[in-house]
Design a protein. Structure first.
Lengths: 194, 194
């Protein structure tokens, strides 16, 4: 693995200053959440820093890189620029940033769409991306506090927000996000029933 | 097939007066939509009348009947009382009300969860259930008008409403509904691109 300074230099050249600042915010929030929930802080730091390492602006360039790396994506991902950079980012982090750790790579892969039965690190990166200090949507302060009290509850609320936002914008909703949310609700129910 | 009077008598005994009145509303709305969109009015009438023929109140009784008929449902359907009565209703309509028409049965099956690439009759029953005269939710008048102008648009909006309602209530969302909505958006996009 390269030094974190090398990684930061390469990252800022790749994704630009604005997204780099967002990535630093996600990194710091992820480290705080990792401390709270007993997750490896170094992994949280690296996953937070690199989660958007393939968030290139140009849709055709995203598709070209997906093709270059032989990444298999479903139709909805290919149609939707916002969804490509997670899976592509996991590959870019591995090949171009030298990250070998599977947990970090998986957190990058799933940070936009989520999935059923996420690992703690995957949950932390998903939520950190939602509540990092640069986010200013209505209610963000509540989400920030809640994330440090109830990780699964905060994860579900952030998915609720995402789903309603996509509905309001008339955009496609990836089935993984629905499966992830349904899974969390089933877990809540089984905990209540227990 | 029994006479429509026999069917109405049997239906009111099965589901009670309140739900029977709702079913008459769906039936009448479905017939109006069928006229508008060139669909067989008799099929729309029967599908509208019988769409809730298995909407029994008791969850255990619903599950018992599913088991009696050897109906295969996914886990989410089995957990969710609201989702069972569509598939079960298709079977009850066939066996107990003597309906043989596959299009009618399919409209009953999918009237709650929807699916990709729905038939005109399936769309009509789904929307009629949403806008029948007994419905009083905010914005229902807009939905009623829109259904007679743009069937697919109205279908998508009713799914949008359903998804947001389920999110707000913390309830599971069936993947079919998301697939159905994504399908409609993809169709809209391909029409715009054409």
């Amino acid at each position: 693995m390269k030094s974190i300074l090398d990684i930061k230099e390469k990252l800022i050249r790749t994704i630009g200053e604005k997204r780099f600042i967002h990535s630093i915010g996600v990194m710091e929030t992820a480290v705080d959440l990792a401390k709270k929930y007993g997750v490896d802080e170094d992994k949280a730091r690296m996953a937070g820093l690199l989660h958007d390492c393939a968030k290139y602006r140009d849709h055709l360039y995203l598709l070209k890189r997906v093709s270059d790396f032989d990444i298999i994506l479903d139709d909805m991902m290919l149609q939707n620029k916002e969804l490509i950079h997670g899976p592509l980012g996991a590959k870019v982090a591995e090949i171009e940033f030298g990250i070998k750790d599977k947990e970090i790579l998986s957190s990058i892969y799933y940070h936009t769409i989520g999935k059923e039965d996420m690992s703690l690190l995957e949950k932390i990166i998903y939520i950190a991306d939602f509540i990092e200090p640069g986010r200013t949507f209505q209610g963000v302060d509540f989400h920030r506090e809640y994330a440090f009290k109830h990780l699964d509850g905060a994860l579900r609320l952030s998915m609720d927000n995402t789903i309603k936002h996509l509905v309001d914008k008339g955009r496609l909703i990836h089935l993984n996000t629905i499966k992830a949310r349904n899974y969390l609700i089933s877990i809540e129910k089984s905990e209540l029933d227990a």
